[in-house]
Write a protein of this length. Structure first.
Length: 297
């Protein structure tokens, strides 16, 4: 959908100030949050050497940790702290994600050169209907009922799967291949999201007055909803962020407190899901506590 159509559907309304994020009376300061982050690593690896460093800027705050076998890694605290401030109730989830990323770094060290192949894994949003059709096709050619894809329920009628996107080919990751590589569900998702974050500098957010379209490469636009905490400052909305994830190459959003925008967003989602060659869901989805949920409003 073009920005012109977006403006035609949503334009002409007076702008209202975006609602500020709701924070607890005493949110953790950076030092306390960083200590909690470091302690989460010490709990996961009691034998690790963990060193916390504060720089002149938030982006410079880091945790260096190492193990006796030569493994060493650095985790920067700033990104997690920004996500915590945006959703303070999700503190434990943010810390769990940092530990998951650390486990991924540890696993890559243990696997050596073979782990470089994991850099091609990216998250792909699909629908339950797509998965059912894939299963039917597998049965028709004698493949049995087992899915050839790693599938996770995501929200509403959306599911999450994973692709290995290399310059020469693109293939969906199978459960057998994920198991062979030692990628359980937590590690696989952490790996895919880490790889997707490489595209954040290329993400273009268009729109104004609380109504936005996120543009990437026409392949992983919809997947960027999974990383909203990393670009939410570029799309200020009133209330919770509500997404139309109507096609692979369409990601639109507005705020839950903006009723006219919600009505228009719902109409657009239905049209795109019906007409697009890459259609996904006609439902709307809300970003809440760091995760997507079907929007019932």
């Amino acid at each position: 959908m073009s920005l012109t159509l977006l403006n035609r559907l949503f334009g002409g309304r007076g702008s209202e100030p975006a609602q500020a994020a709701s924070l607890p009376a005493d949110p953790l300061d950076l030092h306390t949050f960083a200590e909690r982050h470091a302690q989460a690593l010490r709990t996961a690896w009691p034998q690790a050497r963990v060193r916390l460093s504060f720089g002149a800027h938030l982006a410079d705050t880091r945790i260096d940790w190492s193990l006796a076998d030569g493994f060493a890694d650095a985790q920067f605290v700033g990104d997690g702290y920004r996500r915590y401030l945006a959703a303070p109730a999700a503190l434990e989830q943010v810390l769990a994600e940092q530990v998951a990323a650390a486990r991924e770094a540890r696993r890559r060290f243990e696997r050596g050169a073979e782990a470089a192949r994991d850099d091609a894994i990216l998250p792909v949003l699909k629908t339950r209907a797509w998965h059912e059709l894939a299963l039917q096709q597998a049965r028709s050619i004698g493949g049995g009922a087992r899915s050839a894809f790693v599938i996770e329920p995501l929200a509403g009628d959306l599911v999450l799967t994973y692709a290995e996107d290399r310059p020469e080919s693109m293939d969906y990751l199978s459960p057998a291949e994920a198991e062979r590589r030692g990628l359980d569900r937590e590690a696989l998702r952490a790996c895919a999201l880490r790889n997707l974050r490489r595209f954040l500098p290329e993400l273009e957010v268009q729109g104004e007055d609380g109504l936005y379209a996120a543009r990437l490469d026409r392949n992983y636009d919809a997947s960027m909803a999974l990383l909203f905490e990393h670009w939410r400052e570029r799309a200020p909305v009133r209330g919770e962020a509500v997404f139309a994830i109507a096609a692979r190459d369409e990601l639109l959003l507005c705020g839950s407190d903006d009723r006219p925008a919600l009505r228009a967003l719902r109409t657009v989602a239905q049209e795109i899901a019906r007409d697009s060659a890459y259609g996904l869901s006609a439902q709307l989805f809300v970003q809440r506590d760091g995760a997507l949920h079907a929007f019932e409003g």
